[in-house]
Ligand binder design. Sequence first.
Ligand SMILES: [Zn+2]
Length: 251
Amino acid sequence: MIDVHAHFAEEGYEFPAEWEKIEAAGVGTVILAADTLAHAKWHAEFAKTHNGCYFTVGVHPEFAGRPFSEEEFFALAAEPKCVAVGEIGLDYHYPGIDKEAQRKLFAAQLVLADRAGLPVQVHSRDACADTLALLREHRALLSRGFLMHCYSYGAENLSAFSELGAYFSFGGVVCFKNARRVAESAEACPLGRMLTETDSPYLSPFRGEKNSPANIPVILQKLAAVKNLSAEETERAVSENAARLFPKLKL
Ligand SMILES: [Zn+2]
C-alpha cells in the first residue's frame, strides 16, 4: 500500500517506532511532501535510510514571497528518491493573504518542475477557479502529470482537472460521516486516476488523533467500499497509478 502525501519533518514522530508501525500496517511506500526546502532536505535524509520512503521538493503557498535557492531546489530534485515537485499551489483559506504572490510562486515552480522533468503535487484550498485557470494557462508545463492532493472540490470539478492530466488523492476526510462531498468525488473519480494519502500528521480518519501513514489501510477500505470494489482491486489500481504518475518510485 502507498501513502503519496505525508509530512514527517519536525512533526514530533518517534522513530524508529513510527516507521515500524507503518511497515507493520503493510504500507510499503510513503512519499514525504515538502512545504519548504528545509523540510525537503530533512525528508531527503530520512529517505536515504528508509526503504520505500521517497520525497518531494517545493515551497507551499503559505511561504509565498520568501525567496529560496533554485540551486538547492534542483540539487534536491535530482536525487534518485525525489519523485515530484510539491506541495505547491494556492491556499486562499486565511484572510489577508497575498494571492498574487501565491500565483507567482505556483507558476514559477511549475516552470522548475518542467525543467527538472518531474510531476507535481498540487495543494489547493478555497481556490478552485484560480487553480484551474493557472493550470490551464501553464498546461504546456504539465506533461509529466500532477496530483490534486486531498481533493476537495466536488465531483462537478473532476473533469476540468482531469482534462489537464490530474490524478486525485483521497485521505482520512473520505472516512468522515459528514464528508459526503468528498465521498461523492471519490465515487466519481476514474479508477485510473485515484491515489491514497494521509497528509499526516493532519486529517486522521480518527478525529482528534495524530495521523500516520499506518492509517492507509482504513482509507483504502473506505475507497474500495465507495467504488464497490475489493480492497485488493483498489490497491492494485492505486499502485499502478502511482507508478505511472511518479516514475521514479521503485514499487
Ligand atoms: Zn500536505
